[in-house]
Write a protein that binds this ligand. Structure first.
Ligand SMILES: [Zn+2]
Length: 354
């Protein structure tokens, strides 16, 4: 046995050499050896409004129990139902606890091919608001799959929708846009893709083989924000560009009528804590707390930990398939920023006393 080589060393070399080539990525679950302070934030430091969630499949009483446990004052349910079903869903939550739930309507494209559609969208918006809706959500099917009566793909900035946005201003309710998806979804699903595991599990989420380009979709959306300065808009998921907060900052500077929510984007924000913290401090009056995840105490607590503590390198909240193979860092936001993001900004849009 030569000097410096023990039987144990030889064994480790053998095992690591084999594993380095054999271990499938999906089986690799490293455990952090970091020893750093860690905080379990049981309740939000200030009453919080989850401005972006989807509760249609949830029992209101079960959700209320979790809200009470975690300090969630209210949730905005973005119903994905349309027509009568959408209004019934609104009433289901309104009846359960009118102060604790608000409802966003979902853009109804079902009869787009029948004459008079664009006039009807305005009537529907008025009806939704008469029933107590607090906003209207327009999803990424606009711009990528919705086609008009002539079979033409509808653009996000289609002028025929302009009266709808003007009506929203008149009714003083915001329009929420979720247009496009993470940047990585537009790139090849290969060894260079930072969301490889997620896209491999959900190949249909990839836009790579499509002819859609994300900058073009966002440009159409941004044009709408600029064209309708009296209409309030919420750009969901950090305006779909949390990977590039410089872009979002410029957009917020250009459009004083715009808010962004942080839902489902902790992973992005929390891996760039210096940039994200500056962004929150600068735009504290334009950022809305939201989760877009099934209400569960542990999910909310990870959001609180991210916003409130200076904990390092911890798991981000997400649904079962992880967004990317990394961890996040807390932003330890000051109290006045937390108050705005958790509650006050949402109160302005919901016309609730703050
Ligand atoms: Zn959503």
């Amino acid at each position: 046995m030569s000097e410096g080589t023990t039987p144990n060393d030889a064994f480790i070399r053998m095992v690591t050499a084999k594993r380095a080539v054999d271990l499938p990525l999906g089986d690799y679950h490293p455990r952090s050896m970091l020893v750093v302070p860690s905080h379990d934030v049981r309740r939000a430091r200030f009453p919080a409004i989850d401005y972006h969630n989807h509760l249609d499949a949830q029992d209101p009483q079960a959700v209320l129990a979790i809200m009470d446990e975690c300090g969630i004052e209210a949730i905005t349910n973005i119903t994905m139902r349309v027509g009568r079903d959408g209004i019934e869903m609104l009433h289901k939550f309104q009846k359960a606890a009118p102060e604790r739930f608000a409802t966003y309507g979902w853009m109804d494209w079902t009869d787009l091919h029948r004459p008079g559609f664009f006039e009807r969208t305005i009537e529907r918006l008025e009806e939704l608001v008469n029933h107590g809706a607090c906003g209207l959500k327009i999803w990424k099917d606009l711009g990528t799959s919705v086609t008009d009566a002539e079979g033409q793909l509808m653009r996000v900035d289609d002028e025929r929708l302009a009266p709808l946005f003007e009506k929203a201003a008149e009714l003083d309710i915001p329009i929420m846009f979720h247009i496009a998806d993470p940047d990585a979804f537009f790139f090849p699903v290969d060894q260079y893709n930072e969301r490889y595991e997620e896209l491999a599990a959900h190949p249909d989420w990839s836009f790579h083989q499509s002819h859609f380009r994300k900058p073009e979709l966002l440009a159409q959306r941004d044009r709408v924000f600029i064209r309708h300065p009296k209409t309030k808009f919420v750009a969901a998921h950090v305006a779909e560009r949390p990977e590039n907060l410089e872009y979002v900052s410029q957009l917020l500077d250009t459009c004083p009528n715009l808010y962004v929510d942080i839902s489902a984007r902790c992973a992005e924000l929390g891996r760039q804590p210096y940039t994200a913290r500056s962004f929150f401090l600068k735009y504290s009056h334009r950022i809305l707390f939201g989760t877009d995840l099934v209400p569960e105490a542990e999910m909310y607590r990870l959001y609180f930990r991210f916003l409130e503590t200076n904990d390092q390198y911890f798991e981000y909240p997400s649904h079962a398939s992880r967004q990317g193979r990394w961890n996040i860092y807390g932003l330890f936001l000051p109290d006045e920023v937390l108050r705005s993001v958790y509650r006050d900004n949402a109160c302005r849009l919901l016309k609730r006393p703050s």
